[in-house]
Design a protein around this ligand. Structure first.
Ligand code: MN
Length: 232
């Protein structure tokens, strides 16, 4: 048996709706600018360029209902509501039509973003990690097994801050559909069970501050809620 110099990190995981079992998280892939109106609000033309990806660490996962501390080194902390797809069967070079056979389930999550750090990095041609991949940056609602998922192609997706709706769209508006972008992702990375894909956010992103209550959903799939804590 392998002996480690200290206890290895705890396995990151997400609750599963209707069971005490949990979904173990391996990696978190995120799709950039996957809704036209959001690409425009970020100052980019929504050309149908190939999708691009960034990542968050698995241990950035936050339980639904939790308080998320306001992160350090930002003055512009944003929330992005996203459909999240969970891989249950690994593979590479997965054909679009075969993608559903690799999906374990789906849920809704929030891609928390230090927007000022992200945009500064973008404009200098630097990596996005400091804007996207910080502590507590991936709140996720309980996972829904695929047999209980109504649709990954049409459903309202929305987010509200203190009860006021800020983002309101439909996952039908994804520039690159779930089957398309997971197929493309699998040509660059060998996907494995436990990988999550956050599929991009619609227009209406904005700043949140300590004390804010953020709620959202993909209707018919899952709801999520977090509160923003004090600055750490
Ligand atoms: Mn996002």
């Amino acid at each position: 048996m392998t002996s480690y110099v200290f206890a290895p990190p705890q396995q990151s995981s997400v609750a599963i709706r209707g069971t005490q079992e949990r979904f173990p998280v391996r990696r978190i892939f995120c799709v950039g600018r996957n809704y036209e109106a959001h690409a425009r609000e970020m100052g980019k033309d929504p050309e149908r360029d190939p999708p691009f990806f960034f990542t968050k660490p698995a241990d950035a996962v936050v339980e639904n209902g939790a308080m998320v501390p306001y992160p350090p080194e930002t003055e512009n902390f944003h929330c992005e509501i996203e459909l999240v797809v969970a891989i249950g069967k690994g593979g590479k070079n997965i054909a679009e039509a075969d993608v559903p056979n690799h999906i374990w389930g789906a849920t809704v999550g929030i891609d928390l973003t230090r927007r000022d750090l992200q945009l500064a990095a973008r404009d200098k041609g630097r990596p996005w990690d400091w804007g996207k991949a910080f502590d507590h940056s991936a709140p996720l609602a309980p996972m829904v097994p695929m047999a209980e998922v109504q649709s990954l192609t049409k459903a309202r997706i929305w987010l509200a801050v203190n009860g006021e709706v800020k983002q309101d769209a439909d996952i039908a508006d994804l520039i690159w559909s779930v089957n398309e972008h997971i197929s493309i992702l699998s040509k660059s990375m060998t996907l494995a069970p436990g990988d999550l894909v956050m599929t991009g956010t619609p227009a209406g992103v904005g700043a949140i501050v300590p004390g804010d209550r953020v709620t959202g959903a993909v209707d018919g799939l899952a709801d999520i809620a977090i509160t923003v804590g004090e600055r750490t």
